[in-house]
Design a protein around this ligand. Structure first.
Ligand code: GLU
Length: 454
């Protein structure tokens, strides 16, 4: 009997279904929209993917775990937060992806991040699936003891969902070395095993050299690969960088080392513009400000008086520069910002953050033929070195900084090569969005095909 089920829906019908099944989840829908068009084009004549409903399956996370996290603040108030782990896809390896602590965290945000992570991790070439977790906890202004109690409470639930061969979380916004330490300590205490269940650990207890630098350095290596593909380089070029955390400061450091001039950094309060450029001393000062003093970027101008501060949440995109590296958070660069960058002659954009450019902003860059690297390709260096941390933990060894630096450079070259392979437009122009989406998708989809209907 002929089937009445039509598996050949068009893009609009497909997106309508995604919207209906995920009401109000705007970030997740945006992330799916960004890949769906490219995947539709790619699978158009490939019946096996249609038959197996791969696209329909890949936008449905394997599972979303949501849980209550109770903790006591320093004034003995009982506080209640919501925690999540989104396990999106483990076709090619254990779920892998960071944990975010920020008041803006919702299920939609974590589903978008886990979805992006699935493609990103595939692009690295390492055996890692995609996941993401977090809580709507705001670490800003909290004491170390409060952060410790929160992390311990969070892990007391999370531990049953993760494991070195199941799901390996790491850091993200609001989760750095301090938080990973507290969470690893609690996991180890509960299961009574030392195992590589988290990455981004301290060097004393199984962390990998190069992991703190990897995301920011990787985004600059990807930028350099794009420029070199068109016969250019970083040296002598100016750059606007947003953010002032781990990704932004290491991106700024590598740009500076390669002879570029970084003009800006930011946080949620506003941005600083330093027309002299940031040298290593200034970058180290910002690292100390953010990691140790946990201060605000506005304080930069009290110390380096040639710089100006632009408050009220202002973003740096109207400062004229050759290169742009959004390294803060999702949707921090919109259509108007993209137009301002293009008008000021930006040559290339490399995303250190996840989905920092809105869909409309991406179209502005693409229409202007600006070299544009989406986060899933450009910032994959972080999770790639996390993958290497997992390998070192399994082998019970640790590799040195130099070796890991070489591996990171090679991994980023490999990702760039895959984007060129699937995104070359044949006119010297590479569509890095298309290249990353298709290359990332293909490996996961082919693994899913091999498993049958599961
Ligand atoms: N949170 C980072 C990312 O967005 C790193 C994830 C990891 O190392 O697992 O890729």
């Amino acid at each position: 009997m002929a089937s009445v089920y039509d598996r050949h829906v068009d893009l609009n019908q497909f997106m309508e279904g995604v919207k209906k099944r995920n009401p109000g989840q705007t970030e997740f829908i945006q992330a799916v929209q960004e890949v769906a068009q490219d995947i539709f084009d790619f699978i158009e004549d490939k019946e096996e993917y249609h038959h197996a409903q791969i696209l329909r399956r890949i936008v449905e996370p394997d599972r979303v775990v949501s849980f209550r996290v109770c903790w006591e603040d320093d004034n003995h108030n009982i506080r209640v937060q919501r925690g999540w782990r989104v396990q999106c896809n483990n076709a090619i390896g254990p779920y892998k992806g960071g944990i975010r602590f920020h008041p803006s965290v919702t299920e939609s945000v974590l589903k978008f991040l886990a979805f992006e992570q699935t493609f990103k991790n595939s692009l690295t070439g390492l055996p890692m699936g995609g996941g993401k977790g977090g809580a709507n906890f705001n670490p800003k202004g909290k004491s170390d003891a409060e952060v410790m109690r929160f992390c311990q409470s969070f892990m007391t639930e999370l531990y049953r969902h993760i494991g070195p061969d199941t799901d390996v979380p790491a850091g993200d916004i609001g989760v750095g070395g301090r938080e990973i330490g507290y969470m690893f300590g609690q996991y180890k205490r509960i299961v009574n095993r030392w195992e590589g269940v988290l990455t981004g650990k301290g060097l004393e207890y199984g962390g990998s050299a190069m992991r703190p630098e990897a995301t920011g350095y990787g985004a600059v290596y990807f930028l350099r690969n794009m420029l070199q593909h068109r016969g250019m380089d970083i040296e002598g070029h100016t750059a606007v960088v947003s953010g002032s955390g781990n990704v932004a400061t290491h991106a700024a450091e590598k740009i500076t080392q390669l002879g570029g001039k970084v003009l800006t950094l930011s946080d949620s309060g506003g941005f600083i513009h330093d027309p002299d450029g940031l040298d290593q001393e200034k970058i180290d000062w910002v690292k100390h400000l953010k990691n140790v003093k946990r201060g605000r970027i506005s304080e930069y101008c009290d110390h380096f008086t040639n710089a100006s501060y632009h408050g009220d949440g202002a973003r740096p995109w109207k400062v004229s520069a050759d290169l742009a590296l959004p390294c803060a958070t999702q949707n921090e660069l919109d259509e108007e910002d993209a137009k301002a960058l293009v008008e000021n002659g930006v040559k290339a954009v490399s995303e250190g953050a996840n989905m920092p450019t809105t869909l409309e902003g991406v179209h502005v860059f693409q229409d202007a033929n600006v070299m544009y690297a989406p986060g899933k390709a450009a910032n994959a260096g972080g999770v790639a070195v996390s993958g290497l941390e997992m390998s070192q933990n399994s082998e019970r060894i640790s590799w040195n900084h130099g070796r890991l630096g070489d591996m990171l450079t090679e991994l980023m070259e490999g990702i760039h090569g895959k984007c060129v392979e699937f995104g070359d437009q044949g006119n010297g122009h590479v569509d890095y969005v298309k290249g990353a989406n298709i290359a990332g998708f293909k490996k996961v989809a082919d693994a899913m095909l091999a498993f049958g209907v599961v």
